[in-house]
Design a protein. Structure first.
Length: 664
């Protein structure tokens, strides 16, 4: 619970906009670290209710609650006042005396359904003309997405579009048209972000509840000119001065329709590049008709989707909560969520309806990414997604999305990174990967597609029961491959390293230590260590020549993290099996770093393997012959070349015989 805000009056006043919390500067004002300012309790007692009414469309009691915010600081308000003055002077050059504005401050505004469901969160600015203090207007800050699932939808949606050869950069600069449909309006932060960031975008918004639309305009600073009548005409014939002042031309590319989503899709003839669906009602239910495989919505949506690159993103809640014995949420960053029973069926319904399961339908794919910090996932169905002319595997899809995420960040000048929202809990949906009987994503289909992470609540409290050793935790597939599991316990850090090194050897990858944390005052005691694939990281400095090792960095996501608990045991707290590159085949992987000990040393670990010892003896004999010859350089070169070719032939024979032995 956060500290309660004291409110003396319901009228506009500066105190409600004052800085309540001092923080380190974070570029993204919508960063999750600020959520404590607006999250509050499951009632309105810790904030000021600025709107409250009852919905006639199943959303219960709709309210908007205001909370103070810490950013931006008051010293930065003058820049906004100057911007407002410049905008007013451009619109009304003849009325210069009324063109001075005073910023009253900033607030968080939270839209709630039934007092407990936080439907949407925005940040608004309040200002008035200096000559008329009663002329208060509020403006939603379009560059701020306060809730992580919105950043997830934006990141995966635009990265998928860019992966389908859609020229996002030209759309951002207004050189290419882009049609976007948002089903579900809330406070309007996502459509407003898109319309203000992508100058070529026309954003249609469909919202069934007129009270939600009114709340976003009256209490959350959404542009009023965006509202559209059922006839298709603007609710306001001409933009008011406030909309012209605050929004320039952004409000002219926003169209908010009061309509049922299924009816709107049937009536419209527009074809969309991107469709974003966030349509939960006041009871946190995703309407069945929006994912009914036998209904008209999905079939019609397929015809309204651009055939070459059309992309649909759906926000989905987990329908099974993850709580500890005290009722606390134990979901941690990058954990693969158990989605319950209906969410996988929603995923399968969208995939089959929009891209199908085979060559008889459109080329495309579907994947799911978990949302950090929340029990949400973003489902993406994208047409035209291909790598090198063929349907790619999971690691190729993820690698493409990761590469395109940088293009999205640069084009839109984002204040947050898309990477964590793309790679977090990434699952490529194949026909076998959704188990509809169990209602969970099948983690035995392809372990390399899964991200398993997070601490058990007992381990977080130092109560982890060490009833099993690392070897008893070792799960095996039918081919006896080693599969690490979160929660495995090791006696020493070396034991943990050796275990992951053995796993790496069987998979065909090399391991290196990426991060090691040691106890303060006792550098010999390791409290946390992260092992990763040697292909982790990317070469980013284009101004310096590439070093040889950098050529082998592919941004691999594979990770193995161990942490010391209170019982002086090392516990596996995070395991990521996803690779963004091809693994070494059996004929090569025994020469990787992870296999050096097995190759060079005998089973007891002390003596050099006889085969290698024989090769070393041959090299020593060659060196002695060279010294004894005393010949000129040309003859020496020919002699060494001949001996090296002989050694190469013997080593090739040895490798072929070993490979044949393994296959047999």
């Amino acid at each position: 619970m956060w500290r309660r805000v004291s409110i003396r009056s319901k009228r506009w006043n500066r105190r409600m906009y004052s800085t309540q919390t001092q923080r380190c500067l974070i570029e993204d004002e919508g960063d999750w670290s600020y959520s404590s300012e607006w999250w509050g309790n499951n009632n309105d007692s810790d904030g000021q209710t600025v709107l409250r009414s009852t919905s006639d469309y199943g959303n219960g009691i709709i309210s908007v609650v205001a909370h103070p915010c810490s950013k931006p600081d008051a010293v930065h308000w003058t820049s906004m006042e100057k911007w407002l003055q410049q905008r007013y002077a451009k619109i009304h050059p003849e009325d210069e005396q009324n063109g001075h504005f005073t910023v009253l401050g900033y607030q968080w505004r939270v839209l709630r359904f039934n007092d407990f469901t936080r439907q949407s969160t925005v940040k608004i600015m309040a200002a008035c003309r200096t000559s008329d203090p009663s002329s208060v207007c509020i403006m939603q800050q379009p560059h701020i997405l306060a809730v992580p699932y919105l950043k997830s939808m934006l990141s995966v949606g635009l990265a998928s579009l860019a992966s389908c050869n859609f020229d996002l950069r030209r759309a951002v600069h207004g050189e290419k048209p882009m049609n976007i449909l948002c089903i579900g309006h809330g406070g309007g932060s996502l459509p407003l972000f898109l319309a203000s960031s992508i100058r070529g975008a026309t954003v249609d918004v469909v919202e069934i509840d007129p009270l939600v639309i009114s709340a976003s305009i009256q209490a959350m600073g959404f542009p009023a000119f965006a509202k559209v009548k059922p006839s298709g005409e603007r609710a306001i014939a001409h933009p008011e001065m406030v909309d012209e002042l605050l929004w320039k031309d952004t409000h002219e590319r926003l169209f908010v329709y009061e309509s049922d989503a299924a009816e709107f899709i049937l009536k419209t003839t527009k074809v969309y590049d991107l469709v974003l669906i966030d349509a939960y009602d006041g009871a946190d239910i995703f309407p069945h008709k929006l994912w009914d495989q036998n209904g008209s919505f999905l079939e019609t949506l397929r015809s309204r989707l651009q055939p070459d690159h059309g992309t649909v993103v759906v926000n989905l809640h987990a329908d099974s909560d993850i709580m500890d014995s005290d009722g606390n949420d134990v979901i941690s960053d990058e954990q693969l969520l158990p989605m319950g029973k209906y969410v996988p069926r929603v995923c399968q319904a969208y995939k089959e309806a929009l891209v199908g399961n085979g060559s008889d339908r459109d080329l495309g794919l579907a994947f799911v990414a978990s949302v950090p910090w929340l029990c949400n996932s973003s489902l993406v169905v994208s047409r035209g997604f291909e790598v090198d002319g063929m349907m790619p595997k999971s690691n190729l899809v993820l690698n493409t999305l990761v590469n395109k995420s940088q293009e999205v960040e640069d084009s839109l000048n984002l204040s947050f990174s898309c990477l964590q929202y793309i790679k977090n809990g990434f699952v490529l949906m194949d026909k076998e990967e959704v188990d509809l009987n169990d209602g969970v994503f099948n983690d035995a289909a392809d372990s390399s597609n899964k991200v398993s992470d997070g601490l058990h609540s007992d381990f977080r409290n130092g109560k982890f029961e060490e009833t099993e050793s690392a070897h008893s935790h070792m799960a095996k597939f039918e081919d006896d491959e080693i599969i690490p599991k979160v929660g495995m316990v090791f006696d020493t850090m070396k034991e943990a390293y050796d275990y992951y090194n053995e796993y790496a050897r069987t998979k065909g990858l090399s391991v290196r230590r990426r991060r090691t944390n040691k106890k303060r005052g006792d550098p010999s005691r390791v409290i946390l260590q992260t092992l990763c694939c040697s292909c982790e990281g990317q070469y980013t400095n284009v101004n310096t020549p590439k070093r040889r090792r950098e050529d082998k960095r592919f941004g691999c996501l594979a990770e193995f993290q161990i942490k010391l608990n209170q019982n002086e045991k090392y516990v596996l707290t995070k395991f990521v099996a996803t690779h963004t590159h091809d693994l070494d085949p059996p004929s090569i992987k025994r020469w990787t770093k992870s296999s050096k000990d097995e190759n060079v040393f005998s089973s007891d670990g002390n003596a050099i393997h006889p085969l290698y010892e024989a090769r070393y003896c041959q090299l020593a004999e060659i060196a002695q012959q060279i010294v004894a010859m005393g010949v000129k350089s040309e003859a020496l070169f020919l002699f060494v070349r001949e001996k090296l070719l002989e050694l190469k032939a013997k080593l090739d024979d040895f490798a072929n015989s070993e490979e044949g032995h393994c296959q047999s």
